[in-house]
Design a protein around this ligand. Structure first.
Ligand code: RIB
Ligand code: CA
Length: 313
């Protein structure tokens, strides 16, 4: 089977970084057409640097990296340095990337690529706020029908929110963007906190990465050493949820995941529940299903996949 063409839209972020590494380590399954960066965990001026650091670390200087939106569609930016550190990649010693940032804007790249590639052959993989994807869909509605699938990390139902009691960070930062994407009609698969909170970076899992004894293995272990501290303290869990790699792992091993095709709506009006993903998991409404909403994963299989693939970089 030929490799799947994807665009990763991202706000690195340690967990985004592991997702990018997993994609780069899986050329049999993934043809990474480009990385578009968005403001989220940290400003886009930093996420575009972080994306290039990860590509250089992995020995993939050829990857096209683009800067996208610096802010949500209609709201001021909310960032998460309290989780990811000021750089967004706190933990390992960072270096200044030397590979180029593309001069084209990330949103323009998404539109141009979807128009140029055969219809139905490109999957969009948003790992941060949906600002770039929504702007692309709004300014070029013709591309929506050309999208093979949107596989995104975002939302929550049984797990409720992580930045407010009701909302998950990626959706909360740009709820209008999420509403545009969820209502677009494009095929959507969601990796909400319901599944990512079952993908915890336990100590043995991080030590297995460090034991690779490679630059990628050490860098990743040091990222996760830093990244997990916030969730361990907040939830009293034995590790931090490795959110974004669930998107890429799904493309490689969909059998690791399970969920339901249901209706998911986005709260954009109430200040109390802004950004909530109202997921009709029990089918109590007649609202049409618009997303495959994941609820569970084989966590050991997930981490084995990550460790085995990152060993190849
Ligand atoms: O809520 C978790 C999500 O927000 C992840 O994508 C993390 O990287 C942050 O962007
Ligand atoms: Ca992210």
């Amino acid at each position: 089977m030929s490799a799947r063409k994807i665009i990763i839209d991202t706000d690195p972020g340690q967990d985004d970084a592991v997702a990018i590494l997993l994609a780069l380590a899986s050329p049999q399954e993934i043809d990474l057409l480009g990385i578009t960066c968005v403001a989220g965990n940290v400003p886009v001026s930093r996420t575009q640097i972080n994306a290039r650091i990860i590509c250089e670390l992995a020995g993939h200087r050829q990857i096209k990296v683009f800067a996208g939106r610096a802010a949500p569609l209609r709201r001021p930016l909310v960032t998460a340095e309290y989780v990811h550190g000021k750089t967004g990649l706190n933990g390992p010693e960072l270096f200044e990337p030397t590979m180029p940032l593309q001069s084209q804007g990330g949103v323009e790249f998404i539109i141009e690529t979807l128009r140029a590639e055969p219809a139905g052959s490109v999957t969009l993989c948003p790992l941060g706020p949906l600002s770039n994807i929504a702007e692309a869909f709004q300014s070029a509605p013709d591309i929506i029908g050309r999208v093979q699938e949107v596989v995104l990390m975002g939302g929550a139902y049984f797990e409720v929110g992580n930045i407010t009691p009701a909302a998950e960070f990626n959706i909360f930062v740009d709820p209008e963007a999420a509403n545009i994407v969820l209502k677009s009609g494009a095929p959507i698969t969601m990796m909400p906190l319901d599944v990512t909170h079952k993908a915890l970076t336990t100590r043995p899992r991080i030590e297995a990465l460090r034991a690779l004894d490679t630059p990628v293995g050490h860098f990743t272990a040091e990222m996760l050493d830093f990244f997990e501290r916030f969730d361990i303290e907040k939830y009293g869990s034995e590790g931090g949820p490795l959110h974004d790699p669930c998107v890429i792992a799904y493309l490689i091993r969909p059998d690791l995941f399970s969920g339901r095709h249901i209706n998911v709506e986005i709260e954009t009006q109430s200040e109390l529940t802004l950004g909530m993903t109202v997921a009709d998991w029990w089918g109590v409404t007649d609202r049409p299903a618009n997303a495959l909403f994941m609820g569970d994963l084989d966590a050991d299989g997930f981490f084995d996949l990550i460790t085995q693939r990152l060993a190849l970089l």
